[in-house]
Ligand binder design. Sequence first.
Ligand SMILES: Nc1ncnc2c1ncn2[C@@H]1O[C@H](COP(=O)(O)OP(=O)(O)OP(=O)(O)O)[C@@H](O)[C@H]1O
Ligand SMILES: [Mg+2]
Length: 337
Amino acid sequence: MTLKVLGVESTAHTFGVSVVGFSGGKFEKPSPENTRVLSNIVDKYPSSAQGYIPRKLADHHSKSFKRLFANALEVAGVRSCELDAVAYSFGPGIGHCLHVGFVAAQSLSEFLEIPLIPVNHALAHVEITRFFCGACNPLVVYVSGGNSQIMALDAGRYRVFGETLDIGVGNLLDQVGRFLELDPPDALGVERLALKGTKLLPLPYSVKGMSFAFSGLLTALKKMRLETVEDKADACFSLQETAFSMLVEASERCLCHSRNSEVVLCGGNARSNRLKEMFSLMADEQGARFCVATHEFNGDNPGMIALTGLLMLRVGAVPAEKAPQQRIRIDSVKIGW
Ligand SMILES: Nc1ncnc2c1ncn2[C@@H]1O[C@H](COP(=O)(O)OP(=O)(O)OP(=O)(O)O)[C@@H](O)[C@H]1O
Ligand SMILES: [Mg+2]
Protein backbone atom coordinates (compact mmCIF):
# COMPACT_ATOMS: atom_id res chain seq x y z
CA MET A 1 0.00 0.00 0.00
CA THR A 2 1.37 3.42 -0.88
CA LEU A 3 -0.96 5.45 1.35
CA LYS A 4 -2.83 4.57 4.52
CA VAL A 5 -5.38 6.95 6.02
CA LEU A 6 -7.01 6.49 9.42
CA GLY A 7 -10.59 7.81 9.79
CA VAL A 8 -12.48 8.69 12.98
CA GLU A 9 -16.28 9.04 12.92
CA SER A 10 -17.90 10.69 15.94
CA THR A 11 -20.84 12.91 14.94
CA ALA A 12 -23.51 11.25 17.10
CA HIS A 13 -24.08 7.91 18.88
CA THR A 14 -21.85 5.94 16.48
CA PHE A 15 -18.14 6.09 17.19
CA GLY A 16 -15.68 4.31 14.93
CA VAL A 17 -12.17 4.00 13.56
CA SER A 18 -11.17 2.78 10.09
CA VAL A 19 -8.08 2.38 7.93
CA VAL A 20 -8.29 2.87 4.17
CA GLY A 21 -5.39 1.82 1.93
CA PHE A 22 -4.48 3.15 -1.52
CA SER A 23 -2.08 1.11 -3.67
CA GLY A 24 -2.04 3.18 -6.89
CA GLY A 25 0.92 4.93 -8.40
CA LYS A 26 2.00 8.54 -7.88
CA PHE A 27 -0.15 9.92 -10.70
CA GLU A 28 -3.08 7.50 -10.34
CA LYS A 29 -6.40 8.58 -8.91
CA PRO A 30 -7.96 6.50 -6.11
CA SER A 31 -10.49 4.06 -7.61
CA PRO A 32 -12.29 0.92 -6.40
CA GLU A 33 -9.50 -1.10 -8.07
CA ASN A 34 -6.62 0.47 -6.10
CA THR A 35 -8.37 1.51 -2.86
CA ARG A 36 -9.68 -0.69 -0.05
CA VAL A 37 -11.36 -0.17 3.28
CA LEU A 38 -8.97 -2.34 5.33
CA SER A 39 -10.96 -2.02 8.55
CA ASN A 40 -14.21 -0.33 9.57
CA ILE A 41 -14.70 -0.77 13.32
CA VAL A 42 -17.83 0.72 14.85
CA ASP A 43 -19.20 0.99 18.38
CA LYS A 44 -22.73 2.34 18.93
CA TYR A 45 -24.04 3.88 22.13
CA PRO A 46 -27.36 2.05 22.60
CA SER A 47 -30.52 3.94 21.61
CA SER A 48 -33.16 4.48 24.29
CA ALA A 49 -36.75 5.69 24.40
CA GLN A 50 -35.57 9.02 25.82
CA GLY A 51 -33.12 9.80 23.01
CA TYR A 52 -29.50 10.74 23.76
CA ILE A 53 -27.70 12.84 26.38
CA PRO A 54 -24.68 14.41 24.61
CA ARG A 55 -22.40 14.21 27.69
CA LYS A 56 -23.04 10.46 28.00
CA LEU A 57 -22.27 9.92 24.31
CA ALA A 58 -19.00 11.82 24.73
CA ASP A 59 -18.05 9.72 27.81
CA HIS A 60 -18.74 6.53 25.85
CA HIS A 61 -16.68 7.71 22.88
CA SER A 62 -13.67 8.82 24.88
CA LYS A 63 -13.59 5.50 26.77
CA SER A 64 -13.84 3.51 23.50
CA PHE A 65 -11.16 5.21 21.42
CA LYS A 66 -8.12 3.21 22.55
CA ARG A 67 -9.89 -0.12 21.96
CA LEU A 68 -11.34 0.86 18.58
CA PHE A 69 -8.02 2.31 17.41
CA ALA A 70 -6.10 -0.86 18.33
CA ASN A 71 -8.79 -3.03 16.73
CA ALA A 72 -8.85 -0.99 13.49
CA LEU A 73 -5.06 -1.27 13.13
CA GLU A 74 -5.07 -4.99 13.91
CA VAL A 75 -7.84 -5.84 11.42
CA ALA A 76 -6.13 -3.69 8.75
CA GLY A 77 -2.75 -5.30 9.48
CA VAL A 78 -1.18 -1.85 9.77
CA ARG A 79 1.12 -0.38 12.46
CA SER A 80 0.48 3.17 13.69
CA CYS A 81 3.90 4.30 12.39
CA GLU A 82 2.78 3.29 8.86
CA LEU A 83 -0.18 5.73 8.81
CA ASP A 84 0.13 8.67 6.40
CA ALA A 85 -2.75 10.86 7.63
CA VAL A 86 -5.62 11.05 10.12
CA ALA A 87 -9.08 12.14 8.98
CA TYR A 88 -11.95 12.94 11.36
CA SER A 89 -15.58 14.10 11.22
CA PHE A 90 -15.48 17.90 11.24
CA GLY A 91 -19.32 18.31 11.34
CA PRO A 92 -22.26 18.57 11.18
CA GLY A 93 -23.02 16.71 14.39
CA ILE A 94 -23.44 16.89 18.16
CA GLY A 95 -20.77 19.20 19.63
CA HIS A 96 -19.74 16.93 22.52
CA CYS A 97 -19.25 13.94 20.20
CA LEU A 98 -17.42 15.89 17.51
CA HIS A 99 -15.02 17.22 20.12
CA VAL A 100 -13.97 13.75 21.32
CA GLY A 101 -13.22 12.61 17.75
CA PHE A 102 -11.32 15.79 17.03
CA VAL A 103 -9.13 15.57 20.13
CA ALA A 104 -8.34 11.90 19.47
CA ALA A 105 -7.46 12.57 15.82
CA GLN A 106 -5.48 15.71 16.61
CA SER A 107 -3.43 13.94 19.31
CA LEU A 108 -2.61 11.10 16.91
CA SER A 109 -1.67 13.50 14.14
CA GLU A 110 0.67 15.43 16.44
CA PHE A 111 2.22 12.30 17.94
CA LEU A 112 2.79 10.61 14.56
CA GLU A 113 3.64 13.91 12.78
CA ILE A 114 1.20 13.28 9.95
CA PRO A 115 -1.50 15.54 8.41
CA LEU A 116 -4.85 16.05 10.13
CA ILE A 117 -7.78 16.14 7.66
CA PRO A 118 -11.17 17.59 8.65
CA VAL A 119 -13.92 15.80 6.69
CA ASN A 120 -17.50 16.98 6.24
CA HIS A 121 -19.70 14.11 7.49
CA ALA A 122 -22.48 14.65 4.90
CA LEU A 123 -19.94 14.77 2.08
CA ALA A 124 -18.41 11.51 3.33
CA HIS A 125 -21.83 9.78 3.12
CA VAL A 126 -22.08 10.91 -0.51
CA GLU A 127 -18.51 10.17 -1.52
CA ILE A 128 -18.30 6.59 -0.29
CA THR A 129 -21.40 5.66 -2.31
CA ARG A 130 -20.32 7.62 -5.37
CA PHE A 131 -16.83 6.10 -5.19
CA PHE A 132 -17.72 2.42 -4.82
CA CYS A 133 -20.65 2.62 -7.31
CA GLY A 134 -18.43 4.37 -9.87
CA ALA A 135 -20.92 7.24 -10.23
CA CYS A 136 -19.44 10.27 -12.00
CA ASN A 137 -22.04 13.02 -11.76
CA PRO A 138 -25.12 11.77 -9.93
CA LEU A 139 -28.22 13.33 -8.48
CA VAL A 140 -27.66 12.62 -4.77
CA VAL A 141 -30.41 11.89 -2.26
CA TYR A 142 -28.95 11.92 1.25
CA VAL A 143 -31.34 10.50 3.83
CA SER A 144 -30.48 10.09 7.49
CA GLY A 145 -31.64 10.92 10.99
CA GLY A 146 -30.55 14.53 10.90
CA ASN A 147 -30.64 15.24 7.16
CA SER A 148 -32.70 14.78 4.01
CA GLN A 149 -31.25 16.59 1.02
CA ILE A 150 -31.37 16.40 -2.77
CA MET A 151 -28.25 17.71 -4.44
CA ALA A 152 -25.91 17.53 -7.41
CA LEU A 153 -22.43 18.72 -8.31
CA ASP A 154 -22.28 22.12 -9.95
CA ALA A 155 -19.23 24.37 -10.34
CA GLY A 156 -17.14 22.29 -7.92
CA ARG A 157 -19.63 21.99 -5.07
CA TYR A 158 -22.64 19.91 -4.11
CA ARG A 159 -25.54 22.34 -4.52
CA VAL A 160 -28.61 21.58 -2.43
CA PHE A 161 -31.68 21.75 -4.70
CA GLY A 162 -34.21 20.54 -2.19
CA GLU A 163 -34.24 19.48 1.46
CA THR A 164 -36.39 18.91 4.49
CA LEU A 165 -37.87 22.09 5.90
CA ASP A 166 -38.03 20.58 9.38
CA ILE A 167 -36.84 17.12 10.52
CA GLY A 168 -34.88 14.45 8.63
CA VAL A 169 -36.81 11.43 7.37
CA GLY A 170 -34.77 9.18 9.70
CA ASN A 171 -35.70 11.31 12.68
CA LEU A 172 -39.38 10.97 11.68
CA LEU A 173 -39.14 7.17 11.44
CA ASP A 174 -37.11 6.86 14.66
CA GLN A 175 -39.58 9.03 16.59
CA VAL A 176 -42.47 6.89 15.35
CA GLY A 177 -40.53 3.73 16.24
CA ARG A 178 -40.14 5.02 19.80
CA PHE A 179 -43.72 6.29 20.03
CA LEU A 180 -45.15 2.91 18.95
CA GLU A 181 -42.60 1.08 21.16
CA LEU A 182 -41.37 -1.05 18.27
CA ASP A 183 -38.47 -3.47 18.38
CA PRO A 184 -36.04 -2.01 17.42
CA PRO A 185 -37.52 1.43 18.22
CA ASP A 186 -36.33 3.02 14.97
CA ALA A 187 -36.64 3.03 11.16
CA LEU A 188 -35.89 -0.69 10.96
CA GLY A 189 -38.74 -1.42 13.42
CA VAL A 190 -41.06 0.70 11.27
CA GLU A 191 -39.95 -1.10 8.10
CA ARG A 192 -40.52 -4.54 9.62
CA LEU A 193 -44.02 -3.75 10.89
CA ALA A 194 -44.92 -1.91 7.66
CA LEU A 195 -44.61 -5.25 5.82
CA LYS A 196 -47.74 -6.40 7.70
CA GLY A 197 -49.74 -3.23 6.90
CA THR A 198 -52.51 -3.31 4.29
CA LYS A 199 -54.47 -0.03 4.59
CA LEU A 200 -53.19 3.33 3.35
CA LEU A 201 -54.30 5.81 6.03
CA PRO A 202 -54.58 9.50 5.08
CA LEU A 203 -51.51 11.45 6.27
CA PRO A 204 -50.32 14.98 5.39
CA TYR A 205 -48.33 15.00 2.16
CA SER A 206 -46.13 18.07 2.06
CA VAL A 207 -43.89 18.72 -0.96
CA LYS A 208 -42.97 22.32 -1.79
CA GLY A 209 -41.15 22.42 -5.10
CA MET A 210 -38.08 20.29 -4.51
CA SER A 211 -38.29 20.53 -0.71
CA PHE A 212 -40.54 18.74 1.75
CA ALA A 213 -41.67 18.75 5.39
CA PHE A 214 -42.12 15.70 7.63
CA SER A 215 -43.20 16.95 11.05
CA GLY A 216 -46.90 17.10 10.06
CA LEU A 217 -46.85 13.34 9.50
CA LEU A 218 -45.49 12.80 12.99
CA THR A 219 -48.16 15.01 14.59
CA ALA A 220 -50.96 13.35 12.59
CA LEU A 221 -49.75 9.87 13.46
CA LYS A 222 -49.50 10.69 17.17
CA LYS A 223 -53.15 11.80 17.14
CA MET A 224 -54.40 8.51 15.67
CA ARG A 225 -55.96 5.80 17.81
CA LEU A 226 -53.57 2.92 17.25
CA GLU A 227 -54.57 0.14 19.61
CA THR A 228 -54.03 -3.17 17.87
CA VAL A 229 -50.92 -4.53 16.14
CA GLU A 230 -52.88 -4.29 12.86
CA ASP A 231 -53.51 -0.55 13.47
CA LYS A 232 -49.83 0.00 14.14
CA ALA A 233 -48.84 -1.99 11.06
CA ASP A 234 -51.18 0.12 8.88
CA ALA A 235 -49.72 3.29 10.41
CA CYS A 236 -46.13 2.18 9.66
CA PHE A 237 -47.08 1.15 6.12
CA SER A 238 -48.84 4.48 5.49
CA LEU A 239 -46.00 6.45 7.06
CA GLN A 240 -43.38 4.86 4.82
CA GLU A 241 -45.49 5.10 1.65
CA THR A 242 -46.30 8.78 2.27
CA ALA A 243 -42.87 10.00 3.44
CA PHE A 244 -40.95 8.02 0.80
CA SER A 245 -43.31 9.17 -1.99
CA MET A 246 -42.56 12.76 -0.96
CA LEU A 247 -38.83 12.11 -1.29
CA VAL A 248 -39.27 10.36 -4.64
CA GLU A 249 -41.54 13.06 -6.07
CA ALA A 250 -39.17 15.90 -5.14
CA SER A 251 -36.15 13.96 -6.43
CA GLU A 252 -37.87 13.06 -9.69
CA ARG A 253 -38.78 16.70 -10.26
CA CYS A 254 -35.15 17.65 -9.67
CA LEU A 255 -33.88 14.89 -11.97
CA CYS A 256 -36.17 16.06 -14.77
CA HIS A 257 -34.40 19.45 -14.61
CA SER A 258 -30.84 18.31 -13.93
CA ARG A 259 -30.85 15.24 -16.23
CA ASN A 260 -28.09 13.48 -14.28
CA SER A 261 -27.52 9.98 -15.59
CA GLU A 262 -27.13 8.44 -12.11
CA VAL A 263 -29.11 8.61 -8.87
CA VAL A 264 -27.19 8.01 -5.63
CA LEU A 265 -29.15 7.15 -2.48
CA CYS A 266 -26.98 7.45 0.65
CA GLY A 267 -27.12 7.92 4.43
CA GLY A 268 -28.48 5.58 7.12
CA ASN A 269 -32.01 5.44 5.64
CA ALA A 270 -30.61 4.22 2.31
CA ARG A 271 -30.68 0.85 4.13
CA SER A 272 -34.47 0.80 3.83
CA ASN A 273 -35.55 -1.86 1.34
CA ARG A 274 -38.78 -0.05 0.44
CA LEU A 275 -37.01 3.27 -0.14
CA LYS A 276 -34.42 1.57 -2.36
CA GLU A 277 -37.19 -0.12 -4.32
CA MET A 278 -39.06 3.16 -4.89
CA PHE A 279 -35.92 5.05 -5.94
CA SER A 280 -34.78 2.26 -8.20
CA LEU A 281 -38.16 2.33 -10.02
CA MET A 282 -38.06 6.11 -10.37
CA ALA A 283 -34.47 6.10 -11.69
CA ASP A 284 -35.39 3.35 -14.16
CA GLU A 285 -38.36 5.33 -15.48
CA GLN A 286 -36.10 8.38 -15.95
CA GLY A 287 -33.37 6.36 -17.69
CA ALA A 288 -30.85 6.93 -14.87
CA ARG A 289 -28.64 4.33 -13.15
CA PHE A 290 -29.57 3.74 -9.51
CA CYS A 291 -26.62 3.56 -7.08
CA VAL A 292 -26.65 2.56 -3.42
CA ALA A 293 -23.84 1.33 -1.15
CA THR A 294 -23.84 -1.90 0.85
CA HIS A 295 -25.38 -1.76 4.37
CA GLU A 296 -21.99 -1.29 6.03
CA PHE A 297 -21.35 2.00 4.23
CA ASN A 298 -24.84 3.54 4.44
CA GLY A 299 -25.02 4.24 8.16
CA ASP A 300 -22.51 6.40 10.00
CA ASN A 301 -19.15 4.66 9.57
CA PRO A 302 -15.49 5.66 9.85
CA GLY A 303 -14.63 4.08 6.47
CA MET A 304 -16.38 6.96 4.69
CA ILE A 305 -14.34 9.50 6.68
CA ALA A 306 -11.02 7.75 5.91
CA LEU A 307 -11.92 7.40 2.22
CA THR A 308 -12.96 11.06 1.82
CA GLY A 309 -9.81 12.06 3.73
CA LEU A 310 -7.77 10.06 1.21
CA LEU A 311 -9.50 11.78 -1.75
CA MET A 312 -8.79 15.19 -0.17
CA LEU A 313 -5.18 14.31 0.61
CA ARG A 314 -4.49 13.16 -2.96
CA VAL A 315 -5.51 16.53 -4.41
CA GLY A 316 -3.91 18.56 -1.60
CA ALA A 317 -7.30 19.87 -0.42
CA VAL A 318 -6.62 19.78 3.34
CA PRO A 319 -8.31 22.79 5.01
CA ALA A 320 -6.43 24.86 7.56
CA GLU A 321 -9.52 25.27 9.77
CA LYS A 322 -9.54 22.28 12.14
CA ALA A 323 -11.95 22.93 15.03
CA PRO A 324 -15.19 20.96 14.52
CA GLN A 325 -18.38 22.79 13.54
CA GLN A 326 -21.83 21.58 14.55
CA ARG A 327 -23.78 23.17 11.73
CA ILE A 328 -21.50 23.13 8.70
CA ARG A 329 -23.28 22.44 5.38
CA ILE A 330 -22.14 20.27 2.48
CA ASP A 331 -22.08 23.17 -0.01
CA SER A 332 -19.30 24.80 2.02
CA VAL A 333 -16.82 22.19 0.68
CA LYS A 334 -15.01 22.73 -2.62
CA ILE A 335 -14.73 19.39 -4.46
CA GLY A 336 -11.40 19.12 -6.20
CA TRP A 337 -11.31 15.44 -7.16
N1 LIG B 1 -31.34 -1.64 8.60
C1 LIG B 1 -31.94 -0.45 8.53
N2 LIG B 1 -33.04 -0.28 7.76
C2 LIG B 1 -33.66 0.92 7.68
N3 LIG B 1 -33.23 2.04 8.34
C3 LIG B 1 -32.15 1.93 9.12
C4 LIG B 1 -31.44 0.69 9.27
N4 LIG B 1 -30.40 0.89 10.12
C5 LIG B 1 -30.44 2.20 10.46
N5 LIG B 1 -31.48 2.82 9.90
C6 LIG B 1 -31.88 4.24 10.08
O1 LIG B 1 -30.85 5.11 9.59
C7 LIG B 1 -30.93 6.36 10.28
C8 LIG B 1 -29.57 6.77 10.84
O2 LIG B 1 -28.76 7.25 9.82
P1 LIG B 1 -27.18 7.53 10.03
O3 LIG B 1 -26.53 6.26 10.46
O4 LIG B 1 -26.66 8.18 8.82
O5 LIG B 1 -27.10 8.42 11.33
P2 LIG B 1 -27.41 9.95 11.63
O6 LIG B 1 -26.76 10.17 12.92
O7 LIG B 1 -28.86 10.15 11.52
O8 LIG B 1 -26.62 10.69 10.50
P3 LIG B 1 -26.51 12.17 9.93
O9 LIG B 1 -25.52 12.84 10.83
O10 LIG B 1 -25.96 11.83 8.59
O11 LIG B 1 -27.83 12.83 9.90
C9 LIG B 1 -31.95 6.16 11.40
O12 LIG B 1 -33.23 6.65 11.01
C10 LIG B 1 -31.99 4.64 11.54
O13 LIG B 1 -33.17 4.18 12.15
MG1 LIG C 1 -24.81 10.09 9.13
